[in-house]
Design a protein around this ligand. Structure first.
Ligand SMILES: C[S@@+](CC[C@H](N)C(=O)[O-])C[C@H]1O[C@@H](n2cnc3c(N)ncnc32)[C@H](O)[C@@H]1O
Length: 384
């Protein structure tokens, strides 16, 4: 039986003809009530489809708390200091960040307010309960459009969920993947013209950077990062932006090692990058693509923010004091199970093939960058 998201996509194709993959992905993930991210089940958890850094262990939030504290200090301790979080889920990261501040007796805990951006009403309801229980004040993120605030913006494993246009190079020209319904009634891909002028602009930027796309190469282009960056630029009066996700600079993302693109699906902790995977379990399977950190940094700069740099998530976490937090956690006197869980989490957060290899792009406004921010204070040996 077709899911609600699949029915909606079929109706859309019946009405418009083949639709760009980006529109397909937007409905599969975001269809009101029936999309992967709007339905009731909790996705990024141990019992869900994948485990994010935030859900893995509170030590992740506790480390980011130290970066928030440094930003707050550099801005002269503004009150309130807003944590604007995109893809907030049930607020797990914010609660861990607040707990980290309280654990260290930081006065920022009292100045912190929380502006969560989250598509899923079920998660938002849980988030409100968690915030109330923790005594964390909530503010409406839309209110920041009119009255921007000082604070820290976090988007952790959010940007990879935004819809992407999928392209294939043929005879030197980019063709866009559209989704149609084949003779057998199943979804099928057809190649068509580019559906948005923004795609050509992005390709021109790649050419200008000397990045050649090969015959037959498949690639994804996310145009949603520009409006996102503009929104962040509007909402942040002063402070820091942390975008944490799997991704790579354009030269690596579109280079010889990734000629098949990075589209990936997740269901019950099984990753499937097969050609038909995005068309199975529609609305019940996550669809993601790596973030182009070059385009992301350009979008943040175009939005009037200062791009502060890029590092790996592992380096960022070590710079923020992960080792120290680990020692404190081990010394806190919990049981052996807790200690093992903490150790396992730290290993995954530092593993360059796992969460440690995620990219961290930082931008800011009104933030002095010298001495280096905690996030940039550590470089893995051999990385300069
Ligand atoms: C992979 S989960 C990450 C959740 C959380 N940041 C974490 O790291 O555990 C992506 C989150 O972004 C939310 N999301 C996806 N697209 C969104 C959109 N367009 N607007 C707001 N939230 C969105 C999803 O509902 C989900 O909670």
């Amino acid at each position: 039986m077709a899911t609600r998201a699949e029915e909606a996509i079929r109706a859309e194709i019946a009405r418009r003809g083949p639709i760009p993959f980006a529109d397909y992905m937007a409905l599969a993930l975001g269809h009101p009530g029936g999309g992967y991210y709007t339905a009731a089940p909790a996705r990024p958890t141990r019992t869900g489809d994948f485990l994010t850094a935030a859900e893995l262990h509170p030590i992740f939030g506790a480390a980011l708390a130290r970066q928030a504290l440094e930003a707050w200090e550099r801005l002269g301790r503004p009150e309130p200091f807003v944590l604007l979080e995109y893809g907030a889920g049930a607020g797990t990261l914010a609660m861990a960040l607040l707990a980290g501040l309280r654990e260290e007796g930081s006065p920022l805990a009292a100045a912190l307010t929380y502006a969560p951006v989250e598509l899923n009403e079920h998660r938002l309801a849980e988030l409100r309960e968690h915030a109330a229980a923790a005594g964390l004040r909530l503010v409406d993120p839309a209110g920041l459009d009119a009255v921007p605030a000082a604070g820290m913006v976090v988007a952790s494993e959010y940007l990879d969920a935004l819809p992407v246009h999928v392209l294939e190079m043929h005879q030197g020209r980019p063709r866009e993947v559209h989704v149609a319904i084949g003779c057998d009634g199943a979804f099928e891909e057809v190649l068509g013209e580019l559906s948005d002028a923004g795609i050509e602009e992005r390709l021109a930027a790649l050419r200008a950077a000397g990045i050649d796309l090969a015959e037959g190469q498949r690639l994804e282009v996310c145009l949603a990062v520009e409006p996102w960056a503009r929104e962040v630029g509007r909402r942040l009066a002063a402070g820091l932006v942390l975008a944490l996700d799997y991704g790579a600079p354009a030269a690596a993302l579109y280079g010889p090692r990734r000629r098949a693109g990075t589209l990936m699906t997740y269901r019950r902790h099984v990753a499937d990058g097969g050609a038909d995977a995005p068309y199975r379990d529609v609305g019940e399977r996550d669809i993601t693509a790596h973030v182009d950190t070059t385009a992301l940094a350009a979008a943040l700069a175009a939005a009037g923010l200062d791009v502060l740099g890029e590092t790996s998530q592992a380096e960022l976490l070590v710079g923020c004091g992960l080792e120290d937090l680990f020692r404190q956690g081990i010394g806190a006197g919990g049981g052996a199970a807790e200690a093992l869980e903490l150790r396992g989490a730290v290993l995954r957060l530092l593993d360059p093939r796992h969460l440690g290899g995620f990219r961290a792009v930082l931008a800011g406004r009104g933030i002095t960058v010298e001495p280096p921010l905690r996030s940039f204070a550590y470089r893995m040996p051999g990385r300069g």
